[in-house]
Design a protein around this ligand. Structure first.
Ligand SMILES: Cc1cc2nc3c(=O)[nH]c(=O)nc-3n(C[C@H](O)[C@H](O)[C@H](O)COP(=O)(O)OP(=O)(O)OC[C@H]3O[C@@H](n4cnc5c(N)ncnc54)[C@H](O)[C@@H]3O)c2cc1C
Length: 404
């Protein structure tokens, strides 16, 4: 390591922060003396693959991206299991819970987000878990080992992946969803109903328009009470109602924070020595829950920290996919539309296929594919590039690759 190297500290050993570090060491291996702090005790792992891990389709070893040796081989000081509890911006120093200090010339905050927990009676009972970390998956695996009934609160992407994983592990699973149809941010009522049917086929029970009012149990979860008075027995309750940016550390050191840590197109906070990327940030009023735009942030930040000051972060449309084996869903952009949009639609109920494209002023603004997701990347490309669909219109729904 070059003794003149500037000190770069990363807080948050997750997907996005580590993507930035990977890019920096690939571009300029000796430019920085790097220290990484991670609250979790492991090397960097692929959080997205926690769903297949819960379902028993992958194990932890196969989702570990970098073991401790990787950090050592790249000359990176790795502090695993060290949660940072303070940032002294005047002294440019961070301190961990156990008192480890590290000075920085530049600091990257990539603290991710926190699962939201419903503030209802019984939410703190043993047997109530979130779905964010390896520890959460291990708790669910342990609960599922004895079978029994599970309730998942939240019929969004994460909740359904949790439900599928627990079902695969032999639990009887009920999903409680507040809204009239599943994954309402990504699916319209037609696709929501198709999904519900496909989940029923897999033995997953869904109750929509369901408000969980209380969780009951003396020493452990025993049941969930709904607003309509119905009581459902369960020995495990998974809360998957959403996430919020993890901003505590940024707040505690006086950085500018709204819903997330506020950053500009350069990914810098209101302190020029501190950048922030990943789910902990808010960029131009937007907060994030999918990794693709965040990897762009990581790339942009790496480029800037390696001297390319022209690199700026530009938001782009992203797509959602559900990781439930055998259920193909693709959704991107505005899938509902309004009075000024036009809908192109195809439905083959017998084959379980549904496609809905939303266009505004001859440009695609949203695409929803259920049952057959071929062409998803082409639709995303149409949306991102804002190309006109006027000429290829006839091909668009059946042969998007030809239209592209
Ligand atoms: C089960 C599951 C499935 C998902 N599936 C998908 C998917 O299919 N597609 C998709 O695009 N996205 C998916 N996501 C979302 C994706 O995982 C996130 O967008 C991504 O992980 C965000 O990366 P990040 O680095 O910002 O945060 P994280 O990956 O959460 O990393 C943040 C890290 O910072 C650490 N940390 C926080 N505070 C401190 C501190 N004070 N000191 C030290 N360390 C700290 C945390 O322990 C954590 O390890 C899924 C998420 C989950 C939980």
């Amino acid at each position: 390591m070059n003794s003149e190297a500037k000190r770069l500290v990363l807080i948050g050993n997750g997907l996005v922060g580590m993507r930035a570090i990977e890019e920096i060491v690939a571009r300029a291996p000796n430019r920085y003396a790097i220290t990484v702090f991670g609250a979790e005790p492991y090397g960097n792992y692929d959080r997205i693959q926690l769903s297949p891990m819960l379902a028993g389709e992958k194990d932890f070893a196969s989702i570990l991206l970098h073991d401790h040796g990787w950090y050592a081989r790249h000359g990176i000081t790795f502090r695993a299991g060290q949660k940072i509890v303070g940032i002294d911006r005047a002294a440019r120093e961070v301190v961990s819970e156990s008192g480890i200090r590290a000075a920085y010339d530049h600091l990257i905050l990539a603290t991710g987000s926190m699962p939201l927990m419903l503030p209802i009676e019984g939410a703190a009972l043993p047997g109530v878990v979130s779905f964010r970390t390896v520890a959460d998956v291990e708790a669910m695996q342990k609960a599922a080992a004895t079978g029994g009934k599970a309730i998942v609160i939240g019929g969004g992407l994460l909740g359904l992946e949790a439900a599928y994983g627990l079902r695969r592990r032999g639990m009887e699973v009920t999903v409680l969803h507040l809204m009239p149809h599943l994954m309402e941010r990504q699916l319209d009522p037609v696709a929501g109903a198709m999904l519900r049917k496909d989940l029923a086929w897999r033995g997953i029970n869904v109750i929509t328009n369901a408000t969980a009012e209380a969780i009951l149990g003396s020493n452990h979860v025993e049941s969930v009470i709904l607003a309509d008075g119905c009581e459902i027995a369960a020995s495990l309750v998974v809360m998957a109602i959403g996430i919020r940016p993890n901003i505590e550390l940024a707040l505690s050191c006086g950085l500018s924070v709204n819903r997330g840590i506020e950053i500009d197109d350069r990914l810098v906070t209101n302190d020029p020595a501190i950048s922030a990327i990943g789910e902990c940030v808010e960029h131009r009023g937007e907060v994030f829950g999918l990794v693709a735009p965040l990897y762009n942030m990581a790339r942009t930040l790496a480029a800037r920290l390696c001297g390319d000051h022209s690199a700026l972060y530009k938001p782009a449309a992203t797509a959602t996919r559900l990781k439930v084996t055998g259920i193909d869903v693709f959704s991107t952009g505005d899938i509902y539309g309004d009075e000024d949009t036009e809908i192109l639609m195809f439905r083959d109920a017998a084959r379980g296929i549904y496609k809905r494209l939303v266009a505004r002023d001859e440009r695609l603004v949203g695409a929803l594919l259920y049952g057959d997701v071929q062409g998803g990347a082409d639709y995303l490309d149409f949306i991102q590039s804002r190309r006109s669909i006027k000429a290829p219109r006839d091909l668009l729904i059946f042969q998007p690759e030809m239209a592209a």
